[in-house]
Design a protein around this ligand. Structure first.
Ligand SMILES: [Fe+2]
Length: 344
């Protein structure tokens, strides 16, 4: 496995680049905007193709690199279902997995630092975001933080992991890089409490000032969505309302770009065919699956996904490859449902 712990010194943020092999797919956790060029260069050097960029939560101390990485690489952006971000490509919840070639992260919902805080477990290591830090825990005093919920996330979820599980946090201000569950249980001063009330008390009396970047970072991080308007301006988008008229029309092929887990959890449109966004590059290439669908003159290839982001990128890629009939449903299945569209 390729595993890189990358550091951004201004906000003392750790980002993690993961891949199962040189030449393969990569995933990055908690990228920082200022370091995007560095990540891109490293991935070029290691011959990696970024397919997913994931944040553990909506950060208050730095601007995320999610949007910039998506714009550079057409990767999928991933956050939790509670995150107050305008648009990400994919949202996950407790029990989901985040998959790339050769790597599968188990998604653990660990609220408390914020109400959208997640940890991601990869075998012998866990990426704890700001829920569990090395000899510390993330503050709970803004962004719907909740010390009681954090106690539960710590004691009833993270500390239940095997003792030797490596702990990789989103930050460290002292230069520590990694710990273990056993080490934190024994030596983390925040975890030496006897009850949830004692923890709540401890967290209520930290008297911390707000992060320097907070007024910039939070609004910026809430607006990460791809500008779908530019796709609509080119006439390549259907509003959910307009898309209703496409159902049952033989000239329109509805193409669901989401993963199996998302289809099972959120349903799909009637008559849709499945083409994971992951497989899009091969599908648009010469001889790929889209060429077969596109063979009939006047055919419309209508992509949709969860929130319209993958489908907007797919329209662009398909148009670039010469599919003049490529369209998408703006806002994805979330907007479709909100408009009262029929489900299969
Ligand atoms: Fe945070």
């Amino acid at each position: 496995m390729i595993f890189r712990q990358l550091f951004e010194p201004v906000s003392a943020t750790y980002s993690y680049l993961l891949a199962s092999r040189p030449g393969g797919e990569a995933l990055i956790i908690d990228p920082v905007l200022e370091k995007v060029e560095r990540y891109l260069a490293l991935m070029r050097e290691l011959d990696l193709r970024l397919v997913k960029a994931v944040d553990t939560h909506l950060h208050a101390d730095h601007v995320t690199g999610l949007g910039a990485l998506r714009d550079h690489t057409r990767c999928i952006t991933v956050m939790g279902e509670q995150s107050k971000v305008d648009v990400v490509s994919m949202r996950v919840g407790e029990g989901d997995t985040i998959d790339i070639e050769g790597i599968s992260l188990d998604v653990l919902y660990t609220p408390g630092h914020t109400d959208d805080s997640y940890s991601y477990l990869l075998g012998d290591r866990v990426f704890t975001g700001d829920t569990l830090l090395i000899r510390g825990t993330g503050r709970c005093d803004f962004q719907n933080g909740d010390a009681r919920a954090q106690y539960d996330s710590l004691f009833n979820k993270l500390l239940k992991l095997p003792d030797q599980t490596l702990v990789y946090p989103a930050h460290d201000y002292k230069g520590d890089t990694v710990s273990t569950i056993a080490e934190e249980r024994a030596h983390n001063p925040r975890l030496q409490v006897k009850s949830v009330d004692e923890y709540v008390d401890l967290m209520a009396n930290l008297k911390l000032s707000n992060p320097k970047m907070m007024d910039v970072a939070v609004p910026a991080n809430m607006h990460q969505g791809l500008a779908q308007a530019s796709i609509a301006a080119r006439g390549w988008a259907f509003s959910p309302e307009a898309a209703k008229a496409l159902l049952g029309k033989p000239e329109a092929v509805l193409i669901d770009l989401r993963e199996k887990r998302e289809r099972e959890r959120h349903g799909e449109l009637p008559g849709a065919v499945h083409l994971s966004y992951h497989d899009l590059p091969e599908a648009v290439a010469r001889g790929g699956a889209l060429h077969l669908l596109d063979a009939v003159p006047g055919k419309l290839l209508v992509f949709y996904c969860a929130f319209g982001e993958r489908s907007a990128m797919a329209v662009q890629a398909a148009q670039d490859a010469g599919f003049a009939g490529a369209r998408h449903i703006e806002g994805g299945i979330a907007a479709w449902k909100a408009a009262g569209g029929a489900m299969a």
